[in-house]
Write a new protein. Structure first.
Length: 195
């Protein structure tokens, strides 16, 4: 059975994007610092050695992506293929997509709610997990009871400003720690959401 997992790199003070995050500066100032555990300073992805590499393999083994509109539009829908292997991307949105999405047959905008978007992503993923991206989308999925787990890559830095992962939650959310992997670059904590 498919599990929905939010994968997010985050500063110790809760930021997933730096100040000045916007279309001309995706992720904001110093955004790259949150991803140095698997991205070079030149922006090239690499597979880290050891447990961090296994985590990246886990991400790339997911069967579908569910990501917020703001996230996908800032990165032009990852060119229509997040994994580079034909994994479908579902985008919950209140309005239809722009015309450029026609170039990306793997991208589906879902306008009838987050629960429907997640159901479609899980059906598409089969027995593989659904990778979830985006702060607003994660908060909505938690509120709707359709996000199963969080995989937080906590980076040893304090941003002091930017975009927080959990600014607005519907209520208190209890978590169960499933796994902790400590590396020099990050502490990778996996939580199960207690529904």
């Amino acid at each position: 059975m498919s599990v929905s997992v939010l994968y997010m790199s985050m500063s110790v003070d809760g930021y997933i994007a730096g100040p000045n995050d916007g279309p001309g500066n995706p992720g904001g100032d110093a955004f790259g610092r949150l991803h140095e555990w698997f991205v070079t300073k030149d922006g090239e992805f690499f597979r880290p050695a050891g447990p961090a590499g296994e985590l990246l393999d886990e991400v790339m083994a997911t069967g579908a992506v569910l990501a917020g509109r703001r996230t996908v539009e800032q990165v032009d829908h990852w060119g229509g293929d997040h994994h580079g292997r034909g994994v479908p991307i579902f985008v919950p949105s209140h309005r239809p997509p722009g015309p450029s999405v026609a170039n990306y047959p793997l991208v589906t905008y879902v306008t009838d709610g987050i629960a429907s978007a997640m159901a479609q992503a899980k059906a598409s993923a089969g027995d593989r997990d659904v990778l979830v991206h985006g702060a607003y989308t994660a908060q909505r999925a938690i509120g709707a009871g359709v996000l199963d787990e969080l995989q937080i890559h906590q980076i040893p830095v304090l941003f002091g400003g930017g975009r927080r992962l959990f600014d607005v939650l519907p209520s208190r959310v209890e978590l169960e720690i499933v796994r902790v992997i400590d590396t020099p670059e990050a502490t990778h904590i996996r939580y199960r959401i207690r529904h």
